[in-house]
Design a protein around this ligand. Structure first.
Ligand SMILES: [Zn+2]
Length: 57
């Protein structure tokens, strides 16, 4: 048993696009990091989407 295997499975099972907090308002492409310009369509309307489990304060 090693922890690297478990971590690898975790990453494999979760598609990175599903948890990416930023989304292009034009082509709906998602990013894990905020970008000023969408590399897919060149749009500037990158918006942050809702975090899945962020409690409001
Ligand atoms: Zn785009």
């Amino acid at each position: 048993m090693n922890i690297m295997t478990a971590l690898k499975e975790e990453f494999t099972n979760t598609a990175p696009t599903e948890r990416s907090p930023y989304e292009c308002g034009s082509c709906e492409m998602r990013f894990e990091l905020q970008r000023h310009v969408c590399p897919q369509c060149g749009s500037y309307s990158i918006e942050r989407t809702e975090w899945p489990c962020l409690p409001e304060r």
